[in-house]
Design a protein around this ligand. Structure first.
Ligand SMILES: [Zn+2]
Length: 331
């Protein structure tokens, strides 16, 4: 009897301590919410005292019954919790951790911090990680990013650019230009947007089909811009690539350190040279429609250890606050 009571108290304690609350959106079902968080429907219903799983209402606050499962004594925090598909994840690590292994990647630790990507197609639910050094392992909860769908219609000429070999070679070139992980974080403060006037025409993570054929997800954000609109560096970095590519057209890639790089594609003209150091706000080039593009726009992409990550996440002051101990001194 006492043990059951203790177990119940412990369960409630962990649930509330985790602080994971979901506000029900119009049209959402309890089944879908449970699936998105990777928790059993029954456990979700139980944690919220819901007797009829068909009776939930928009605006209702639900406790998601899965907090971090490792002991507090590890001194480990992960932000955000739960993790979200396509958004970066900051590990605050105990002393002695050299790297975090997660999503088949090795993320080096720097001064007790590690910045890890969450792939946009990571399945909602629990994913294992290992802290190298002490060899501790546990699991991260990943939730769905709520991304939409769109079909892109390409002309025959543009469609001819969808040559698998060319796409593969270009991606290899891009990853090479991004470089690997390096300990210097070159930026200081939250990133800005690369255009003065920001109008997103296609969000990051949107699941895509090209002429009806599945084509993965949108790896960046598309910003509306007239041909010739100036494109500015959102953060300090070093130019890793400034050249014409088949699919991405005239392209600029910046390396920012910590395994982060950013790309600016379909430009009409380039304004930087490879190897050049740029500061936040420096001119990179001009909006255009070169390469595989249905009209003038800027495709802005951010990769973290090779994984496309939502660029908007880097404009978030909260992310910068977490990484601030690693930032280069302000120019
Ligand atoms: Zn795009």
């Amino acid at each position: 009897m006492m043990r059951r009571l203790l177990a119940l108290l412990l369960f409630l304690g962990l649930t509330w301590a985790a602080g994971v609350v979901h506000v029900v959106q119009p049209g959402e079902t309890l089944y879908r919410i449970a699936r998105n968080y990777g928790v059993p429907l029954e456990a979700l219903a139980r944690a919220n005292g819901i007797e009829n799983v068909n009776l939930i209402r928009a605006g209702q606050r639900l406790v998601i019954p899965t907090g971090p499962s490792w002991p507090e004594s590890w001194g480990l925090t992960v932000d955000p919790w739960p993790a979200v598909q396509g958004r970066p994840l900051v590990f605050r690590l105990p002393a002695g951790v050299s790297a975090v292994r997660i999503f088949n990647l090795k993320v080096p630790a720097e001064r007790g911090l590690a910045l890890a990507p969450v792939p946009a197609d990571a399945r909602p639910g629990l994913h294992p990680f290992v802290l190298e050094g002490p060899g501790l392992s546990s699991e991260i909860l990943v939730t769905a990013g709520g991304y939409g769908h769109e079909n892109i219609v390409l002309s025959e000429e543009k469609n001819a650019l969808l040559d698998r070999e060319k796409i593969r070679a270009e991606k290899a070139r891009l990853l090479e230009a991004c470089g690997g992980w390096s300990p210097e974080m070159l930026w200081h403060g939250p990133w800005s947007w690369p255009l003065k006037r920001v109008e997103v025409t296609s969000a990051f993570g949107t699941r895509r089909t090209y002429n009806g054929r599945p084509g993965g997800w949108h790896g960046g954000v598309d910003l509306r811009g007239e041909e010739g609109t100036p494109v500015y560096a959102p953060a300090a970095g070093v130019v890793g690539l400034a050249e014409k590519l088949y699919v991405r057209g005239n392209a600029v890639v910046l390396r920012h350190g910590l395994g982060v790089c950013s790309g600016y594609y379909h430009l009409s003209r380039l304004a930087v040279e490879p190897g050049q150091r740029v500061e936040k706000g420096d001119l990179l080039g001009y909006v255009g429609m070169t390469g595989l593009s249905t009209g003038p726009h800027l495709h802005w992409e951010v990769r973290l250890l090779g994984q496309t990550t939502d660029p908007a996440a880097f404009t978030d002051p909260a992310l910068f606050r977490e990484l601030a101990p690693l930032a280069a001194s302000a120019p």
